[in-house]
Design a protein around this ligand. Structure first.
Ligand SMILES: [Zn+2]
Length: 470
């Protein structure tokens, strides 16, 4: 769900007005007649050029599937509800999943072709701008594991007792057809049926859990808009614990039985971490919190899946804090293009520095100064990648994380605590459930501080080399 639906409507009205005043601009045909064309097959993000599609704005995904870890076969139907933003005789979805057995637009079977992750759909009847339409895709088989430019794996990753499902940055199309752009947020429902004894953990709230004929169906609903890369339906053997934070946010944690002891400290701190972050970032943005701690040794990382961060091994308290901080910065406020990854990772890393100081560890200033951060020699390769555009191979290296956090700490020193903490709180409020860019952040920082920060951001974000003055 894009935040600017009304702006789209206003733009459409403005374009219509232009067309009426200047008929010469109109293509041949009667005024007011739909002019059908194909929705764009890409949103041209240079890091992942196949990602995302144009011509429509997804409102909701409803994903129903049965899966058996023994056979690794998924039998699924995904219903996408979208709003057309142009007259379309063709549109694309992103899908890398198994064989499609049926595809309909509305009630009508539609022709489709597949090439790489592009699923090209030809709807009949055609779709008019402003129309809300559904796409129903049924498919059956084994979803693939996706490998990223940095070599890490994601998507549908089988474990010894189920499946680990991380989606950043391009894993979601492994198991469901999507508009795989971080800028097209939508609500989601997951209805998953698995052999009795297996637990499925999705984003949002558990609406129901029912067992019949030795199969259990879990229905999860993410009522707040979510980017596709933050979706998960991780499944396996889990010990589930439910509690509530002091502010009343329900917490659902699912832990692999083999990791309960090792995870206990990090799990126990979830309410404290959320309460602390709420005081400095503003209210927790979602109606559900929690964590999924699984054993997926071939994955080897954690991810901030919305409302249910997922961990491929027992997390430390600081890793837990990092993924919980992302619920504000990354999940609720999401980047629009992947080169802005520091807006996700720098914020979550800096939040962890603040948590460490708050809980009696090193001060944020000491962490800034340390040999992992500003203490690195000017000759280190650490300084030789552009923070504002690290590239797809380094987007999850320590550069966006550590240099991003340093940028925020240096900014705090530059504009003072009052302006800085107002800035990051307003950032979470002003862009809640939406998308934002580095340019938006610079503008907000200058407005709140009343300072011209061009040279500050220049040395921290837009130049290579270790900053010396700012
Ligand atoms: Zn992170």
């Amino acid at each position: 769900m894009k935040s600017s639906r009304f702006r789209v409507a206003a733009l459409a009205a403005a374009l219509l007005a232009v067309t009426q005043v200047h008929p010469a601009l109109a293509a041949p045909g009667d005024p007011g007649e739909p002019r059908y064309s194909a929705g764009a097959s890409s949103l041209d993000d240079p890091y992942f050029p196949d990602q995302g599609n144009g011509g429509y704005d997804v409102q909701d995904y409803d994903v129903t599937f049965a899966y058996d870890p023994a056979t690794k076969i998924m039998n699924a139907t995904t219903v996408i509800t979208a709003l057309a933003t142009q007259d379309m005789d063709q549109f694309n979805l992103d899908f890398q999943g198994p064989e499609i057995t049926s595809l309909k637009v509305g009630k009508h079977p539609a022709d489709f072709t597949r090439s790489g992750q592009e699923l090209v759909v030809t709807p009949r009847p055609k779709v008019k701008s402003g129309q809300t339409f559904t796409v129903t895709v049924s498919y059956e088989g084994t979803p693939p594991v996706i490998t990223d430019p940095d070599g890490s794996i994601e998507g549908w990753v089988p474990t010894d007792d189920g499946v680990f499902v991380p989606g950043e940055p391009q894993g979601a199309p492994s198991w469901m057809p999507v508009n795989d752009s971080p800028a097209d947020k939508a609500t989601f429902t997951f209805r998953a049926t698995v052999p009795e004894g297996i637990t499925v953990v999705g984003n949002g709230r558990l609406l129901s859990q029912t067992t019949e004929d030795a199969k259990t169906t879990f229905v999860w609903r993410s009522a707040e808009p979510m980017a596709t890369y933050l979706a998960t339906v991780t499944l396996g053997n889990f010990v589930v614990t439910e509690s509530t934070t002091p502010s009343g946010i329900p917490v659902y944690t699912a832990v692999d039985p083999r990791l309960v002891t090792q995870s206990a400290t990090a799990v126990a701190r979830i309410p404290d971490i959320l309460e602390y972050f709420s005081t400095i970032f503003g209210p927790y943005p979602f109606n559900q919190a929690g964590a999924i701690i699984d054993r997926a040794p071939n994955v080897g990382y954690a991810l901030e899946s919305q409302t249910k961060p997922i961990f491929s091994s027992a997390p430390s308290v600081s890793t837990m804090a990092h993924e919980l901080a992302h619920q504000w910065y990354g999940d609720s406020v999401t980047l629009s293009k992947w080169s802005d990854i520091w807006l996700n990772e720098g914020f979550a890393t800096y939040a962890t520095w603040l948590w460490t100081e708050h809980s009696g560890g090193a001060t944020a200033q000491a962490t800034f100064n340390s040999s992992s951060n500003y203490g690195r020699a000017a000759t280190s390769s650490f300084w030789q990648i552009l923070l504002a555009d690290p590239g797809p191979e380094d987007m999850f290296s320590n550069i966006p994380y550590n240099r991003g956090a340093m940028t925020l700490h240096a900014l705090r020193g530059k504009i003072g605590d009052t302006a800085f903490f107002k800035l990051i709180k307003d950032w979470a409020a002003d862009h809640q459930y939406g998308n934002a860019t580095t340019a938006d952040f610079i503008k907000a920082a200058e407005k709140i501080s009343g300072q011209n920060l061009t040279s500050f951001f220049d040395v921290w974000l837009f130049q290579k080399g270790k900053p010396t003055t700012w």
